[in-house]
Design a binder for this molecule. Structure first.
Ligand code: ADP
Ligand code: ZN
Length: 510
């Protein structure tokens, strides 16, 4: 049977979606393949269909035992011979699976990355190795799992077996890391668009977030939604708070008793309760299509995490909303928690991710564009479906302002923070500036712009990657490898200034 017939016969779908067909073709040609596709995009079929075309066994590495079971159950319902092997099974269940693999009747075998069975695999006829949630292999990713590093070894055990690595979330560095760690040879890369046009992104300040949340929920009527919180405690508190306010809401976190947890999850999946208040333990592998909103009460730890969590809204394609309550206080708090003793590199990665998340909260330009650029996907300057694009804003070509900032940072040799750079630009009379920097070119060339506006422009430049805040105790402003594009005028920087601010005009204090 050809792949299309298999798709129709075993999965009941009439055609491949978007890139599935090309991916299946690459896998069938036994190429190493890397697939980036948003959650709900249809990654599973990219290895399940080839598994049925190949003569031997397809081994699927998946991090969550619960997920494995769902997938295997679904495959069996479709008449596909699939099984998983893990520690929850009895010895006789395990040996039945092993026998089927040996007999060559089994088509798909799901294993956890820590499975001891991995080293047995060379003795079986393995046709394909599929690695799900492949970003877990990279410490650059937001969900590094050390046991994934075993897979590098697996590669040397099965040198001739092609690999398909799949993930819904990987920035450029993580992608490269996946390719390196799995030694993918000249891989075929498939990066689908990550844009979720039906999701509206909104950020609100965290002050009075409880009251704002109630308002928001009232506006959503009977819709289903997920509310994410940083701590287990706050999921329970907020669920109770919402219940008191007349909403039906249940908490979900890894500290709850297993039966309670799965009952809450089921009630939500079956639409018996509309709101689930959860930690990020909730969601992976959950396929509920009519989630109309995802709210974050606290700042997520990374853009990848945020994008994945918000991506659970609107899988049916209908209009949905992603609302974040943001305060800079969360950044400070999370940085304290993210500090890994004796591991500066890891700490720095975590800080970096938090800074990128904070920049999203501070953003004055299109949020969708920022998110997509994070995943290296080009996007227009305005999406028309985020709070920034929808608000009343005055659009300004900020290229010249940006050049002034970047020149000042360059003249000051990247040794000062935003406050100092702004004072310098505005020609401040402060003694230090007078003594050391008054004679430098660009001193005082920005006296006509308010401090607030300068701060905005700087934030925007950071958000767009034209300027960076150095890590460390003092957030010094520094040029990036993209700064030159602005300085050479090879690119235009657009800035959407709030109209309210445009009318007030703070006189320059020279
Ligand atoms: P992912 O793993 O990328 O999150 P899944 O593989 O779970 O996504 O697929 C998401 C949903 O899309 C599933 O319900 C699946 O059955 C459906 N789907 C996938 N491919 C197709 C297709 N070609 N035609 C119709 N539905 C599809
Ligand atoms: Zn927008």
């Amino acid at each position: 049977m050809n792949p299309l017939e298999i798709l129709q016969k075993h999965f009941g779908y009439s055609s491949f979606r978007l890139e599935q067909e090309a991916i299946v073709r690459a896998v069938l040609a036994q190429r190493d393949t890397l697939v980036l596709m948003p959650t709900g995009g249809g990654k599973s079929l990219c290895y399940q269909v080839p598994a049925l075309c190949f003569p031997g066994l397809t081994v699927v590495i998946s991090p969550l035992i619960a997920l494995m079971k769902n997938q295997v159950d679904a495959l069996r319902l479709n008449g596909v011979h699939a099984a998983f092997l893990n520690s929850t099974q009895t010895p006789s269940e395990q040996s039945a699976v092993v026998d089927a693999a040996r007999a060559g009747t089994l088509k798909l075998l799901y294993l956890a990355p820590e499975s001891t069975f991995l080293k047995e695999l060379p003795r079986y006829a393995v046709s394909l190795l599929a690695i799900d949630e492949a970003h877990c292999i990279s410490h650059w990713g937001h969900d590094f799992r050390p046991e994934y590093l075993n897979l590098a070894q697996l590669r040397t055990l099965l040198p001739k077996v092609p690999v398909i690595a799949l993930t819904a979330t990987a920035d450029r560095q993580t992608r490269k890391d996946i390719v390196d760690k799995l030694s993918l040879q000249n891989p075929a890369m498939f990066v689908s668009s990550f844009n979720r046009a039906n999701i509206r992104y909104t950020v609100e300040s965290k002050q009075q977030s409880g009251e704002k949340l109630l308002q928001f929920l009232r506006s959503r009527g009977d819709d289903s939604g997920v509310i994410y919180c940083m701590s287990r405690n706050s999921t329970e508190e907020i669920a109770a708070f919402l219940t008191r306010a007349g909403f039906e809401a249940l908490p979900y976190h890894a500290g709850l008793d297993r039966t309670v947890r799965s009952r809450h999850q089921d009630q939500f999946l079956r639409d018996e309760v509309k709101i689930i208040v959860a930690t990020i333990a909730f969601g992976m592998g959950i396929d509920k299509s009519n989630v109309r909103y995802v709210v974050h009460m606290d700042l997520p730890k990374s853009i990848e995490g945020y994008y994945q969590e918000t991506g659970r809204a609107g899988r049916d394609g209908l209009d949905s909303e992603a609302l974040l309550f943001y305060s800079y206080g969360d950044v400070t708090k999370l940085k304290r928690l993210a500090h890994v003793p004796d591991n500066e590199a890891q700490t720095e990665i975590a800080y970096n991710k938090l800074d990128q998340m904070a920049a999203y909260g501070d953003l004055r330009s299109c949020r969708r564009r920022y998110l997509l650029q994070y995943f290296d996907e080009p996007a227009p300057a305005h999406c028309g479906n985020c709070d920034v694009c929808l608000a009343e804003h005055e659009q300004i070509d900020a290229t010249i302002l940006s050049q002034k900032v970047l020149s000042a940072v360059s003249r000051l040799q990247g040794r000062f923070g935003a406050g100092y750079v702004i004072d310098f630009l505005r020609g401040s009379q402060a003694t230090r500036i007078q003594e050391f920097h008054k004679k430098l070119p660009t001193y005082g060339i920005g006296a006509d712009v308010s401090k607030n506006d300068w701060h905005d422009v700087i934030r925007e430049l950071i958000a767009q990657g034209y300027l960076a805040k150095a890590d460390g105790q003092y957030p010094l402003l520094q040029l990036t490898d993209r700064s030159d594009d602005v300085l050479r005028r090879a690119t235009t920087v657009l800035w959407r200034r709030p109209l309210a601010r445009a009318v007030e005009h703070e006189p320059a204090t020279v």
